[in-house]
Design a protein around this ligand. Structure first.
Ligand code: G
Ligand code: G
Ligand code: MN
Ligand code: NA
Length: 250
């Protein structure tokens, strides 16, 4: 497969880049951090979405090198930002297959000098489906470094509330599919408000993704959802634009 061969050299050729989407603190009304989202600037195909190439990287094992690069790049970028806001990095379950992740993260933090409390790692429910002692050990190893762990896309996988007991997440991210329908559909509204209170009762922060309208934002803030992100504020933008985004949202 052509794409596969190209992906093999994409890292070395400098074709991978991190874009950043602001995480907006609803109480303070300001940017509290950024989620790093990977982009592949392919010389012929143009920008290739991670939805297209992450699965390929996972199948071929290339996700190990790409994932390590993402962690290092995100820490290095964040260490240079003018304000000490968070940086959130998405992890693939494949990055938990061996035990190298805590070391990769420790090295990225040491090299960059980034305060570990500013790094948030996003995992998905599918990781916990493996129901693996090793996964929990790795997560605890990361947590022990002072890094925060967020459950991404909450409610879309094989959601089991027992996951929230098996590992104490710092944050739950409500999937954008629920946010999209929350003003029109009672089922979405019920799920959103239930997850917001669940997070609060469990002592976890809650983020709502895919916020596109002011009405959604106001409703989420009213319900006590502490953090939001979405096109209402900004799409993911190139690293060079982070400083401008820090100043522009209020
Ligand atoms: O940015 P976009 O909406 O196109 O991202 C599509 C998907 O790719 C999302 O599910 C997102 O979590 C995932 N993704 C983006 N960047 C990374 C990354 O650096 N690593 C992993 N594993 N997934 C990522
Ligand atoms: O799986 P994960 O939540 O990491 O993926 C986030 C994805 O959602 C990214 O690809 C990002 O580009 C996309 N995204 C971010 N904000 C919005 C939004 O407001 N609306 C829509 N439709 N997509 C968004
Ligand atoms: Mn994410
Ligand atoms: Na998500």
């Amino acid at each position: 497969r052509d794409l596969e061969m190209d992906l093999g050299s994409a890292l070395a050729r400098g074709e991978l880049a991190l874009f950043y989407q602001p995480l907006v603190d609803t109480e303070q009304g300001r940017v509290g951090g950024f989620e790093a989202l990977l982009r592949w600037q392919h010389p012929v195909r143009g920008t290739v979405s991670p939805a297209a190439f992450i699965p390929l990287a996972e199948e071929t094992g290339m996700i190990a090198a790409i994932g390590a690069w993402v962690i290092r790049r995100a820490c290095a970028d964040a260490a240079c930002w003018p304000l000490p806001v968070k940086v959130a990095v998405n992890l693939s379950p494949v990055q938990f297959r061996d035990r190298s992740l805590p070391r990769i993260v420790a090295e990225a933090l040491a090299e960059s000098g980034l305060d570990p409390a500013r790094l948030e790692l996003e995992i998905t429910e599918s990781l916990l489906l493996l129901d693996d002692e090793k996964v929990l050990e790795i997560l605890h190893g990361l947590r022990a470094q002072g890094v925060r762990i967020a459950m991404d896309d909450f409610g879309t996988g094989y959601s089991s509330l027992s996951y929230l007991r098996r590992f104490p997440f710092d944050k739950i991210k409500i999937d954008q599919s629920f946010v999209r329908g929350m003003m029109e559909q009672e089922d979405c509204a019920a799920i959103v408000s239930t997850v917001v209170s669940l997070g609060r009762l469990l002592g976890m922060s809650v983020n709502a993704e895919g916020v596109e309208t002011r009405e959604q934002f106001l409703a989420l803030r009213e319900q006590g959802c502490g953090e939001v992100q979405g096109y209402l504020f900004s799409p993911p933008r190139p690293a060079e634009e982070v400083v401008a985004m820090l100043g522009s949202i209020r």
